[in-house]
Design a protein around this ligand. Sequence first.
Ligand code: NDP
Length: 273
Amino acid sequence: MTTRLAVFGNPVQHSRSPEIHQWFGETAGIDLVYDKILIPGGLFEETARAFLDAGGHGFNITVPGKGDAFNFVDEVSSEAALAEAVNTVSRQGDALRGDNTDGQGIVTDMTQNLGWKIAGARVLVLGAGGAVRGVIPALLRHQPQSVHILNRTKVKATAIAQSMADGKLSAVSADEIGAEYDIVINGTSAGLTSELPVLPEKVIGRHTCTYDMVYGGSDTTFNLWAKHLGTDACADGLGMLVEQAAAAFRIWFPEAGHIDTAPLIQHMRSTLV
Ligand code: NDP
């Protein structure tokens, strides 16, 4: 029997999740269809109910529905609870469960695909939107020395630090920032318009690893800037995209076991312009 999955968003046409999950399905021998479903303004619950009533097995949620999905489900994972955002909904018996796999996606890409060490690292995270909320709990679980959040609207960074209440996590402003972090993550959406978040150059040293959640066919604006300052350990968010999807796939199909994502990342990389 064909399993029905989908991603909900608005817009949603750009999403690459269908091809990723189709590839996982073929690799694991699972017959599935994975659709893109537009959430008409304010109609998350109706859209989700209709999909589930028609036999949908589970779904992903992208911007702007992650908060609606958090309120919609019956139970949430600890990551989703801390992020107050859900990107994966699954059926657990009669209940609906919400997970947030963005954090697992980025830390798997950093530690397993790129070989970076988060344990003991001084980490700077730029931005304080939904994506940053999703990744901070996973970063903290990997025992960094510290995680600083810098956002142009500081009050949003402070709210994240307060809500997660972890001694290693704090909100900083550009003038209180330290020098040379081990890892700098760009979690702002500035790169979507080729802009650079305002950031002192001193945060980047020769040994700094930079990760831009945005991805594209060539170096992102942020990673180009970091390379110009002397680092060459730069990654973009394509691996995060694939790994957060792999984590969602494991939730829906725990019997599928481990899937090697490297060939898919390589293939998708070759198709980016
Ligand atoms: P949000 O809209 O929730 O947050 C955007 C953040 O970017 C805010 O903190 C905002 O600051 C900041 N920002 C926007 N423009 C600028 C600018 N010009 N200079 C400085 N800061 C800026 O978006 P998300 O958190 O959902 O997503 C952030 C990025 O991460 C997006 O580019 C998205 O595509 C990417 N992403 C990638 C994923 C992947 O798998 N690779 C997964 C999820 C997201 P302020 O608060 O001041 O408005």
